[in-house]
Ligand binder design. Structure first.
Ligand code: ATP
Ligand code: MG
Length: 569
């Protein structure tokens, strides 16, 4: 778990200002209690990470606690699989919902009895009624932005009639859609959410937790504010699209406070802007579509912007938190460039990732004057800026693997690597001079030849007498560790794949995954899943969480060393 990032002083933002004010006036004493309320109908994505970092981050920095609450009121779409994946994701990010030995883990479905009882209470107080219009009639009577809605002919039912119908709805006497329960607010309100919103509907659906106990289910807006109040949430942070729902949030809680159910102060809803990340999609529905239609290999495909996806890709919790800190919290909707996310990742990994050599597009280099059948040890720092991380040693021998593009027959201007007659340094090894290349019958280069200078070894005095411009990495062919390396790139070719409602599938990047057979520095033997490295000159790589075996490593490219997206190679 990465805790360093949590200790950095949090940047001020408008939400912290509100909390500071509340603490000054003593509105909640000094209590700060937030919640992260996902619906278990999909895997969490990077947008949720923003909300998680905000809710858990704020609570912990004020000495409070953040509840994890499953907002599970849509039986059709929810499942235990999603619950488990959400618990796993929040835990991996390094957050906890237990404080002072009290586990603050909740399910809205645990409140069904209370929610139902409160609905009866609202009916008794003349604040809710059973409407028997069809869905079309309700829509038609909703009014428009300029026209008030038309009250339902059932709006003035007596309390007794409403109670009777609502109880029979619960008892399963009616079909889906035959009746709904609506809050009795104001059909002429300029805010549609206040035009007698539906708070209960009939659904004969099996719920993953309550089974077939219920055939009436509470609506999100009704459930959410009550769940907050039941859990004594102080600040209920949500995304901007709920701004227009706030009057309803307040109305329901105030009505229940008037009825003596809750005491004031009541939880306060505060909205912030959601994360929109370029070259990614943050809609659960569309992410589900990518999975079910097979455009990716699952929710945890390393190209997915899901938390399981970025985890498998090799992103660290520290990088995600750093990213969330950098983008901050505002009320202005905007797009954050993917390079900001990748930049946070590089900054996090650069300092920690051990360095190693890996040849991803292998070409043989033969050192003709290197004594056959012998090896020699070379050494290099594990991390150039952290001597305490030690050194690594690896053998050099007569035949090496180098990158195919580190050799050309006819060099373009400014090319300092291998070409006939040129000298380069084999990184942490010797200086060699290229003598030519071997080709197969079709003219493909199959091996490059060179001679080395035995007094030029890195780290020896002689090394300094050789001035060369090129410095290439290599691994000894006889000792190298073969590995599968998956070169991932962005999943979409365009910054806003679903902008303007167009088909985001058309923006899929056909080259977002490439698999190569690579050769790694022999020290990578026994690499454990999720270990991360910098492959020198290439970027950051992680041993795949599921597929990598110590005896047969599989690596994923996390990110390149520099931001080269869109620039010619
Ligand atoms: P859907 O995509 O199905 O509309 P959702 O993404 O809003 O759902 P929820 O499970 O309701 O999913 O989200 C849980 C919490 O995460 C909510 O408080 C929501 O506001 C927040 N959240 C969701 N997407 C983002 C985002 N892109 N940026 C910041 N917060 C988000
Ligand atoms: Mg939602």
């Amino acid at each position: 778990m990465n805790t360093e990032r949590n200790e950095a002083p949090a940047a001020s933002n408008f939400i912290r200002n509100i909390i500071d004010d509340d603490n000054r006036t003593g509105k909640w004493g000094q209590r700060v209690e937030t919640r992260f309320p996902p619906e278990p109908n999909g895997y969490l994505h990077i947008g949720h990470a923003k909300s998680i970092c905000l809710n858990f981050g704020i609570a912990s920095s004020y000495g409070g606690v953040c509840h994890l609450r499953f907002d599970d009121t849509n039986p059709e779409k929810e499942s235990v699989e999603y619950v488990d994946s959400i618990i796993d994701a929040v835990t991996w990010l390094g957050f906890e919902w237990t404080k002072d030995e009290k586990e603050q883990l909740y399910y809205a479905s645990d409140y069904y009895d209370k929610l139902y009882a409160f609905a009866e209470l609202l009916i008794e107080r003349g604040k809710a009624y059973v409407d028997s219009q069809s869905a079309e009639e309700m829509r038609a009577n909703r009014g428009s932005a300029t026209e008030p809605g038309t009250p339902s002919p059932f709006r003035e039912r007596t309390t007794q009639e409403n109670l009777d119908l609502f109880r029979r709805m619960k008892a399963g006497e009616f079909k889906e859609g035959e009746h709904v329960l609506r809050a009795k607010i104001d059909m002429a309100s300029p805010n549609f959410n206040m035009r007698d919103p539906v708070i209960y509907r009939i659904r004969f659906a099996h719920h993953y937790r309550t089974g077939d106990t219920w055939c009436v289910y509470p609506m999100y807006d009704y459930t959410h504010c009550i769940s907050d109040a039941l859990e004594n949430i102080t600040h209920s942070l949500c995304t901007l699209e709920f701004e227009d729902h706030r009057p309803l949030y307040d109305w329901i809680l105030n009505e229940l406070a008037d009825a003596g159910v809750f005491t004031r102060p009541l939880p306060q809803q505060i909205e912030f802007s959601r994360l929109n990340l370029t070259y990614a999609i943050t809609s659960k529905r569309k992410l589900l579509q990518l999975v079910t239609e097979g455009h990716v290999e699952g929710w945890d495909d390393p190209r997915m912007p899901t938390i399981v996806g970025v985890r498998r890709r090799g992103f660290t919790p520290g990088a995600i938190k750093l990213f969330c800190e950098r983008i901050g919290i505002t009320k202005v909707d905007s797009w954050i460039d993917m390079s900001v996310f990748e930049g946070a990742l590089r900054d996090d990994l650069d300092d920690k990732a051990p360095r190693t050599a890996a040849v991803l597009d292998p070409l043989k280099l033969i050192i003709d004057n290197f004594p056959e059948g012998t090896t020699e040890a070379c050494s290099a720092p594990v991390h150039p800026h952290h001597p305490e991380m030690g050194t690594r040693t690896f053998p050099i021998s007569r035949e090496l693997w180098i990158e195919r593009d580190d050799f050309v027959e006819t060099p373009p201007k400014g090319y300092f690597r291998l070409f006939p007659g040129n000298r380069v340094r084999l990184r942490y090894g010797y200086v060699v001079e290229c003598t030519g290349a071997e080709k197969d019958a079709d003219g493909n280069i199959i091996a490059v030849h060179c001679n080395y200078f035995p007094d030029s070894k890195s780290g020896t005095e002689g090394a300094n007498t050789y001035k060369v411009k090129g410095n290439i990495h290599w691994v000894s062919a006889a000792h190298a560790l073969p590995a599968e390396v998956r070169i991932y790139d962005r999943l979409f070719r365009e910054p806003q794949p679903d902008a303007g409602g167009r088909d985001f599938l058309e923006a899929l990047n056909p080259d977002s995954k490439r698999v190569v057979n690579a050769y790694l520095e022999p020290g990578l033997e026994n690499v454990q899943p999720e270990q991360r490295f910098q492959f020198e000159r290439h970027g950051y790589f992680v041993a795949d969480r599921y597929d990598s075996k110590p005896e047969k490593p599989v690596f994923n490219r996390i990110v390149t060393l520099r931001d080269s997206w869109g620039k010619p190679a």
